[in-house]
Design a protein around this ligand. Sequence first.
Ligand code: HPA
Ligand code: ZN
Length: 326
Amino acid sequence: NAAQDFIAGLPKAELHLHIEGTLEPETAFALAERNGVKLPYASVEAMRRLYDFKNLEDFLDLYYQATQALLTERDFYDLARAYLDRARDENVRHVEIFFDPQAHMRRGVPFGPVVEGLSAALNDAAREGGPTSRLLMCFLRDLDEADALATLEAARPWLDRITGVGLDSAEAGNPPGKFSEVYERARSLGLRAVAHAGEEGPAAYVAEALDRLKVERIDHGVHAIDDAALVQRLAREQVPLTVCPLSNIRLCVYPDMRAHPIQRLFEAGVVVTVNSDDPAYFGGYVNENYRAIQQAFTLGTAELTQLAKNSFSASFLSNDDKQERI
Ligand code: HPA
Ligand code: ZN
């Protein structure tokens, strides 16, 4: 298929990828066995059968449960290495990877082995054919801000490995403003800032993330479509959105791809990017996400190329590096 080949050949960056969301059931079982951990699923097939999510929270329950397989620095290295190899095969030249330190610390796995394993994999992959990468630590928004502040403090010895902070987990009832102090502190430490907003939450959360957290891009942000003035603002200020089409369908944010607002946001001049979010759970890595919207909206090569260019311009690469790659 010509469109598929074109997408596969496009050099691209991925900017919205949770490393814990790349844990395939086969890997979860292999790591659990290596660690002598018992997962609460009868088999790989039984675990996959649970991938029929009603909403974000329904997914998050399984996503956090599966992290039980991850214990050692080596586990985090292997997890990241497997994803990076796969990304390279999809012509992903640069990736900005989220991880959820609180999801590990609250089950007794300290910050050190998590970040050491991940950053070693990132460095090795960059040296051995790519992709290049950055690491972003997310705060869990369903916990309180004091927990986020303590997590940022725990990260202090490793801040040279971390490019920025993000905000994820259950959005409903957890507005961005709840985290304004920890974001201010993070920015004062030289960290870049992004946040999930407007995935399940309203357009107002997107504006709030910009105004109160001073984020440089919005993760998801699809509900901005419900507020025309906000869409205009995103376009005028060139605030990138890291959109994850297959994720939004799997989590029932939209009933089908034709109903997804990505094309309307793109047409309105918003810097839209295409990403996979949690590819082990949502039925496709990044090229599959391009493919799904290409089919739904019969996108041509010019639009696909623009989306791939956006992924580099919206990244945290230096301006010189961007110039070289776009
Ligand atoms: N939304 C919020 N939190 C998450 C997601 C997501 O799509 N993936 C992993 N944690
Ligand atoms: Zn996400």
